[in-house]
Write a new protein. Structure first.
Length: 350
């Protein structure tokens, strides 16, 4: 009997399913009321994450968007300015929460490659002036989603942090895929996060946990962040059943991210050979591949019946994300599906 293959889902690494070890850990997790500070599994997860990221304490949140919002609420007062790359996740995909809920003024900066460096900061940050928002926070993203999964090395974060403090600013790192960056660069995650005042990591993307992110910083920062998490409805009770999966993610799933990176490069190399498709494999740092093609949404729709799922980011850009459910065969199937679509009669990409 011919084996029926499921779709190659390249829409995001958020589609990953928990591992069997995660399911077992969730079933037997020791739990308590986390709002009362009595869930030992949550406490262990927060401590492990903080140690891995080079900070004193951690706070388990339901999502990366919640963790980023809580970070903004903790760092900023209403009307404070947050300097951020114009293509950052918080600008495009977090429902405007930083402004509508935290009252912060997102100040998008057209940076060279997605990372705000000393030169960019010194060019845009102004002295305190009662007529303008108060400069408060620098927002970095590593890896950078809309820039194609770029991994920024430790020295760039260190340079930005030094410049920010010279200008009287704090630094937050949206590290939803920070472990992808660490693996790609061959450094410890702490090398990428410790210089910032706060850093968030997601457990539910390439690390395959079903839910959750951890926000880390100093003990004083996390104590205040815990209050804001409660204010936005993030106080959860016997949530150790979820934290248990997060612990397995941190303990067992980080090193295998290298496989996702290898397959993303193989995917980019295969697509680069196709007519009407533009992709530079040299720019694939981690598990995200940005493909330029005419009629991106039409191509995405044509790929679906061929068993490949993808997302269009714009009229000419398709994002493909590898993860542990995409094997070498899946990469081959994706390249073959693209080839069939862009070479078909009447294709807008041909």
């Amino acid at each position: 009997m011919k084996r029926v293959e499921g779709p190659v889902d390249l829409r995001s690494d958020t589609v990953t399913q928990p591992t069997e070890r995660m399911r077992q850990a969730m079933a037997r997790a020791e739990v308590g009321d986390d709002v009362l500070g009595e869930d030992p599994t949550v406490a262990e997860l927060e401590a492990v994450a903080a140690r891995m990221l080079g900070h004193e304490a951690g706070l388990f949140c339901a999502s990366g968007t919640m963790a980023n919002l809580v970070a903004t609420l903790t760092h900023c007062q209403r009307g404070d300015a947050v300097f951020v790359d114009s293509e950052a996740h918080v600008v495009h995909y977090e429902a405007g929460g930083a402004s509508t809920l935290a009252g912060a003024v997102l100040w998008p900066v057209a940076s060279r490659d997605g990372h705000l460096g000393p030169d960019e900061l010194e060019a845009v940050v102004w002295p305190e002036d009662p007529h303008r928002p108060r400069p408060r926070l620098v927002w970095l993203e590593n890896t950078h989603n809309r820039r194609g999964g770029i991994a920024y090395p430790p020295e760039r974060t260190a340079e930005t942090a030094q410049a920010a403090r010279r200008l009287g600013l704090r630094v937050h790192v949206d590290g939803a895929r920070l472990f992808n960056a660490a693996v790609a660069l061959g450094v410890a995650a702490a090398d990428l996060g410790a210089r910032a005042d706060s850093v968030m990591v997601s457990l539910s993307k390439g690390l395959s946990a079903p839910v959750g992110s951890v926000l880390c910083g100093s003990r004083a920062f996390v104590e205040e962040a815990r209050r804001w998490r409660k204010a936005v409805g993030g106080g959860m009770r016997q949530v150790g059943v979820l934290a248990a999966a997060g612990l397995v993610a941190l303990q067992e799933m980080v090193d295998r991210l290298a496989e996702d990176h290898r397959r993303a490069r193989a995917l980019a190399e295969g697509l680069a050979e196709l007519p009407g498709v533009s992709v530079d494999p040299r720019r694939v740092h981690t598990n995200i591949v940005l493909v330029e093609v005419d009629g991106a949404q039409a191509v995405v729709e044509a790929l679906r019946p061929k068993g490949v799922l993808a997302l269009a980011l714009g009229p000419r850009t398709i994002r493909l994300v590898t993860h542990r459910h995409v094997d070498d065969r899946g990469v081959q199937r994706a390249v073959a599906a693209f080839a069939a679509v862009v070479r078909s009669p009447g294709s807008r990409a041909g």
